[in-house]
Ligand binder design. Structure first.
Ligand code: FES
Length: 139
């Protein structure tokens, strides 16, 4: 017995044929924020994420050349010292992103382009400007 028409058509051609193609606005950096349960115990990571819309707007990071896209993730497998955030494509991973420290990250890194060294717990893969593991060797 043959499958119903809809099922048979799904096996012909591209599997994404009926899917709506997503769109993203352009951005300079992508800030990933872990809001999983092990980085912080009392919702500090979610509160940080929730504050970023206003923070980015105040810093001029919500649009234009320096626009930062923000995304929640459920776990980076780092799981302590949170809030934990990652700035891509720079490959810079920050811990202890308290409100005060996040202001430093915003002002110095996301606006100024210079990573906040004392808050970094990992690098890579990243771009040449920060010395990350994925940095081109030049020459
Ligand atoms: S819960 Fe945040 S890195 Fe695992």
């Amino acid at each position: 017995m043959s499958p119903p028409g809809d099922v048979a058509r799904r096996h012909e051609g591209s599997p994404a044929r009926d899917a709506a193609k997503p769109k993203l606005g352009s951005y300079r950096r992508h800030l990933l924020v872990c809001t999983g349960p092990r980085c912080t115990q009392n919702g500090e990571s979610q509160a940080l994420f929730d504050s970023l819309g206003d923070t980015f707007k105040a810093a001029g990071l919500d649009q234009g050349e320096l626009r930062v896209k923000r995304t929640r993730v459920s776990c980076f497998a780092a799981c302590k010292g949170g809030p934990v955030v990652c700035v891509q494509p720079d490959g810079v991973w920050y811990y202890n992103a308290t409100p005060d420290n996040m202001r430093r990250i915003v002002d110095q890194h996301l606006v100024g382009g210079e990573p906040v060294e004392d808050l970094i717990f990992h690098r890579g893969p990243g771009l040449a400007t920060n010395g990350g593991e994925g940095a081109p060797t030049g020459g």
